[in-house]
Design a protein around this ligand. Structure first.
Ligand code: HEC
Ligand code: HEC
Length: 411
């Protein structure tokens, strides 16, 4: 137990030393909890800026990607027949930059059976509600969906920011597995587990890390799913249109029954934006906030909100063994009463992925359902594996609580 605790402490100190300075180079090589050593420390950038070190052609792809991300789809380009919004940035855009979250909520639903199992009500259009339809076409009108009466679980999901996700994408599965193993020994009460999902592109089991339920292993796959489920854009990986309200017969009236993005270029462009978008800025820490950073670790927050990860070896220098500071382990945790009741991918109804805290200060609302806008209330909602850290926070002196909050306010 002791050596592992030292390992945790060493990783934490290393992570701390990388923060608050904005300096690109670290004196000693940074190593994350999985033992992955960093080539460079990316303490942070400016909101909306591309990753540092991109080649000219990747910078061009970033700009094209951002254009696609902010471009309105229409029924003629494949939008719908049911959808949530017409372009990615209609949810993923808020000051200070495209890629942030405007806190737009979505609705998920399903049915909890008497035996406790979860039915996503697929035949009734579940589990994701599509708010809009493209309207009248010859012979049919596509309207927005409504939650069916059979649903007894209805949960809101808040839009997440997409800053820095290329780094998360470039972190090897083996790192998340190793971190879960370290947690199981060093902090068993709050230990997470990897989300084991099948990556559609490879057909292999991989570690899910994207979305509130960590249901997707790669940025490209999440993006293909988002193009289909948010906008109704079908692509080679996701060729089947959403059946409106579960009524697949209605698709006979779909004005664009073909695969809308036949070569997958549009999905690739959307994904390029997320892949090459840099992380939030490094926090500037002084005084109370510096003290709060230490309390963040001692109270147990950092056990899940891991301050340091390192990408694996990568042919692209901008993603090659880069240390970054997401404040997340991207693992699933049983959060007790904070769980949303929805099973998705490998995640059980009470499980949620640790939400990264980088960029926390620019979020308008917090938690998966946006139920609060104050950090204190967000901490207060931690239950299950997060309950001990919540009690630790509650047990701090008023001055220490204020210091911890000052640290979080700097992120
Ligand atoms: C209607 C609003 C909406 C639109 C439009 C939308 N998203 Fe999202 N996005 C969300 C929500 C809500 C989540 C959280 C999803 C979940 O876990 O259920 C999310 C999550 C994500 C994530 C995962 C972030 C993380 O931290 O793991 C990525 C990546 C993403 N969206 C990319 C896209 C792309 C690319 C598009 C366009 C093709 C898009 N989104 C369109 C609302 C939206
Ligand atoms: C057992 C793992 C775990 C521990 C320990 C933990 N958290 Fe969390 N945290 C999570 C998960 C999972 C979420 C996402 C929950 C949700 O959205 O409903 C989260 C969400 C948050 C959020 C909201 C982020 C957002 O953008 O919505 C804040 C703030 C936060 N945690 C702060 C803390 C602080 C401060 C501590 C220590 C007192 C702490 N957490 C301890 C797992 C943990």
């Amino acid at each position: 137990m002791k050596p592992l605790f030292h390992l945790l402490a060493a990783a934490l100190l290393a992570a701390l030393s990388g923060c608050g300075r904005g300096a690109p180079a670290a004196p000693a090589p940074l190593t994350d909890l999985a033992g992955q050593a960093a080539r460079i420390d990316l303490a942070g950038g400016a909101y909306g800026a591309p990753l540092p070190g991109l080649s000219a052609s990747d910078q061009a792809r970033f700009v094209e990607g951002r254009n696609a991300f902010t471009h309105d789809e229409t029924a003629a380009t494949g939008l719908g027949p049911v959808f949530n919004e017409t372009f990615c940035a209609s949810c993923h855009d808020a000051p200070p930059a495209v890629g942030g979250t405007n806190n737009r909520l979505e609705t998920r639903f399903g049915r909890r059976n008497p035996d406790g199992s979860f039915d996503p009500l697929t035949s009734l259009g579940g589990p994701l509600l599509h708010d809009h339809g493209i309207g009248a076409v010859p012979g049919f009108t596509f309207a927005g969906e409504t939650v069916p009466a059979q649903a007894n679980v209805v949960a809101k999901r808040r839009t997440q920011p997409v800053f820095g996700l290329g780094l998360v994408d470039a972190t090897p599965d083996s790192s998340f597995r190793a971190i879960a193993r370290v947690q199981a020994t060093a902090s068993p009460g709050s230990a997470g587990r990897v989300s084991a999902v099948v990556d559609a592109a490879s057909g292999q089991t991989a570690v899910g890390r994207f979305g509130w339920k960590a249901a997707f292993a790669t940025l490209l796959e999440f993006t293909g799913d988002a193009a289909l489920n948010e906008m109704g854009i079908t692509s080679p990986q996701f060729p089947n249109e959403v059946c409106p309200g579960g009524n697949c017969g209605a698709l006979a009236y779909n004005p664009r029954p073909d695969v809308n993005d036949p070569g997958g270029q549009r999905v690739q462009q959307f994904a390029d934006f997320g892949r090459f978008l840099g992380p939030p800025p490094a926090p500037v820490l002084a005084g109370d906030a510096l003290r709060g950073q230490v309390l963040f670790a001692t109270v147990g927050c950092a056990a899940c909100h891991l301050p340091l990860l390192v990408t694996g070896p990568n042919a692209n220098p901008a993603l090659d063994r880069v240390a970054f500071h997401p404040y997340s382990d991207f693992l699933l945790h049983d959060m007790g009463a904070l769980g949303d009741g929805i099973a998705q991918g490998d995640a059980q109804p009470r499980e949620l992925r640790t939400q990264p805290l980088w960029g926390l200060s620019v979020h308008g609302t917090l938690l998966h359902d946006g139920r609060t806008s104050t950090v204190t209330e967000a901490i207060g909602a931690h239950d299950g594996q997060g309950a001990a850290a919540r009690s630790g926070f509650d047990g701090l002196s008023a001055a220490d609580r204020a210091a911890l909050l000052a640290f979080l306010a700097a992120l």
